[in-house]
Structures are given as structure tokens and as C-alpha cells.
Design a protein around this ligand. Structure first.
Ligand code: KG4
Ligand code: ZN
Length: 347
């Protein structure tokens, strides 16, 4: 079974071809970093326009790289949400058009399901496992119990963690995006130099909050603008690390109450590239007898392969979607979970 996957929910235009043997035949991502850099965040209108301008050429490229024609496809998967609605509509409408033209099933994929199932594509992981999804738009802990069975244990009540990294980076005058820049700066800094709050630490459950931490950095810099950026970066990263470990520890406990044999914690999303956070989570996993699974960075950040793979899994389960499937700005994976707004990194 061969599926084309299309991803346009934020600031990456992406297309990939993946098959049911877990082979990624092609995987092409066009980043819009340069378009958004002057604004220090994603501007939804600019993102939507950039997707429109590139999507057809990109899909052609993905098909050529896979050495396939459209007639070889068994289905077309496109992200249908959650995300910036203009971009989601571009990718979904394109996917619908191709599916209609070649008369093959459409898979309207939840972007979060793409992230959630990636570890099955890369590591052939069996259900259930715990997922920490940390990106510019999301910060959630979920138990992935089976296809279509996702139990959200916790989420951010305000900003996504990547958004906090990006905003603190901006305050420090670092390069955009702030995440990688903070990691680099932190390597030269003293993580104990500055006292910062650890929101939610020690609290029951595993929700996150980052706006208080972000505001604390803002106040600090207002009072002492000459503080070494490296020390602020290192102290901020350490605070985020403490919070992550505390929340993930609670999630492991909660998940094991339901699945006593739980053996894997998967991390995904752009922030999963952070080596300090990986180290901290790896320590936690060792302590609790779990394996930390981290798909390669290019499959942790937004990409078309994860959407194509979610399409493969859905198609294999006999699922597909009608051609009038809606684009959704909000779409929680867990239907019981309260719908949270897409905490996008808008400028
Ligand atoms: O998953 P992603 O590529 O895109 C979406 O959010 O949709 O994640 C991007 C986020 C940005 O906020 C970026 O600053 C953050 O991931 N990020 C990092 C690192 N690399 C990327 N944050 C912390 N440390 C990093 N090394
Ligand atoms: Zn994502």
C-alpha cells in the first residue's frame, strides 16, 4: 500500500510518499523560516500564501523522487487540522483534488495523530506507549493506546513550550527560531545563575504552563537588561527541564495505572531536538524502567511522511474520509479532552 502525505498546518510545506512496509519513498519539506524571520514568529497570512505558491511543485517533486505516478498511489492523506486554518485548507483541498482525480481514497489526517504514530513508522513500536509532544504549537502528554485511541493526560493551559523558547529567544535578541539559539547560548551559560519559577512543578496531574516563566524572564530583563544572555538561556532551559521531568513522571504514573506494562516514552515535535531536555527525560526513563524513543529530528518536526504513515495505518484499518471532510483549526486527538486553541507561534 502506497500513500502520498501532504502537510501544511503551520510553517512547513511538506509532501512525502510512504508505503505499508514502513519505507519512506520520498520526504520533502520546504521551511518558511525566512519569510517569517522578520516578524519573529509565524504570520498566518504569509504562511497560507507560501503554501499555495509551493504545494503543487512540491508534490510533483515528491512523486518524482519516489519514482511513482499518481496511478500507483492507494490513497492520498492530507492534514485536516489542527493548525492555522488558511494553510490547512490549502493542503486539504489539494489532497482532495488529487484523490478525486485518481479516484482513490482521501485520508483527512489529524496532525497530532501524525506525530503520535511516527514512532511506529521509525521504530515499529507496538501500542501502548506514552507520547510527549513538544513543538511550537503543542505541548501534550498522551497515551497512544491504538489507532484512533488516544488518551490525553495533560496539555498546556497557555503557551506551547516551543513558543516559550521562541519568545524568550526574542527577548534575549537571539536568532529566530529561539529554541536552537537558546540551546546554543545555554552551552556557555550557568544554569544556576538566575532563579526562575517552575510553573506546575509538584502539582497533581500533568498539565503544563509556560506563560508565567516567560513573564518572569521579561521582568528580569526589564530590571537587569545587561544580564548575560547565556546565563538567562541556561537558567530558562533548566527550568523547562525540571517542569518536563516532573510532568512526565506524573504521566508515567497515570499511564501505568491503566497500562501496567507500559515500556516506552516517545518524544516528538521540534523541541524534542533539545539535547538538555533529552538528557533529562532519558534520566527519568532509566529511573522508571522505560525506554526513551526519539525519532530522528527530521521526523520529529513537521513533515509529510508522518501524515502519509497515519494515512497508511488508517487505510489498512479500512478507514477513509469523504471529499467534503472539513478543515479544522481545533481538533483534539482525544474526544473527551477539552478543545484547546492551537497555541501557534503567531508573531
Ligand atoms: O515541530 P516544529 O518544527 O514545528 C511546529 O511547531 O509546528 O517545532 C518548532 C519549534 C520551535 O518553537 C523551535 O524553537 C523549537 O521547536 N525547537 C527547539 C529546538 N529546536 C527547535 N526548542 C528547543 N531546543 C531546540 N534545540
Ligand atoms: Zn507538528
Amino acid at each position: 500500500m502506497i500513500v502520498l502525505g501532504i502537510e501544511t498546518s503551520c510553517d512547513e510545506t511538506a509532501a512525502a510518499v510512504v508505503d505499508s512496509e514502513r519505507c519512506i519513498r520520498s520526504n520533502i519539506v520546504l521551511s518558511q523560516l525566512e519569510e517569517h524571520r522578520p516578524y519573529g514568529g509565524v504570520v498566518p497570512e504569509i504562511a497560507a500564501r507560501a503554501h499555495v505558491e509551493r504545494i503543487d511543485g512540491l508534490i510533483r517533486q515528491a512523486m518524482v523522487a519516489a519514482d511513482l505516478g499518481f496511478a500507483d498511489l492507494d490513497g492520498v492523506a492530507a492534514t485536516a487540522g489542527p493548525g492555522l486554518i488558511g494553510g490547512v485548507m490549502v493542503g486539504l483541498v489539494t489532497g482532495k483534488a488529487i484523490a478525486a482525480a485518481i479516484q482513490k481514497p482521501l485520508l483527512a489526517v489529524n496532525h497530532l495523530e501524525g506525530h503520535a504514530l511516527t514512532a511506529r513508522l521509525t521504530d515499529d513500536l507496538a501500542f501502548p506507549y506514552l507520547l510527549l509532544l513538544v513543538s511550537g504549537g503543542h505541548c501534550q502528554l498522551l497515551v497512544i493506546e491504538g489507532l484512533g485511541r488516544y488518551r490525553r493526560l495533560g496539555t498546556t493551559v497557555d503557551d506551547a513550550v516551543g513558543e516559550a523558547f521562541d519568545k524568550v529567544g526574542k527577548m534575549l535578541g537571539l536568532d529566530y527560531p529561539g529554541g536552537p539559539a537558546i540551546q546554543r547560548a545555554a552551552e556557555q551559560g550557568n544554569a544556576k545563575a538566575i532563579k526562575l519559577p517552575r510553573p506546575m512543578l509538584g502539582r497533581e496531574g500533568c498539565d503544563f504552563s509556560f506563560s508565567g516563566l516567560k513573564t518572569a524572564v521579561r521582568r528580569l530583563l526589564d530590571k537587569a537588561p545587561d544580564l548575560p544572555a547565556a546565563d538567562v538561556a541556561a537558567s530558562f532551559q533548566a527550568a523547562v527541564g525540571d517542569v518536563m521531568v516532573d510532568r512526565a513522571a506524573n504521566a508515567i504514573q497515570m499511564a501505568r495505572r491503566i497500562h501496567p506494562g507500559l515500556a516506552h516514552l516517545v518524544i516528538a515535535g521540534g523541541v524534542a531536538a533539545n539535547s538538555h531536555l533529552r538528557q533529562r527525560l532519558d534520566g527519568l526513563c532509566r529511573e522508571r524502567g522505560l525506554d526513551l524513543v526519539a525519532p530522528p529530528p527530521e521526523l520529529c518536526t513537521d513533515n509529510g511522511a508522518m501524515i502519509a504513515w497515519a494515512g497508511v495505518e488508517r487505510l489498512a484499518a479500512g478507514l477513509h474520509d469523504p471529499l467534503d471532510a472539513p478543515a479544522r483549526a481545533r481538533w483534539p486527538l482525544d474526544p473527551d479532552a477539552k478543545s484547546m486553541p492551537f497555541a501557534g507561534r503567531k508573531a
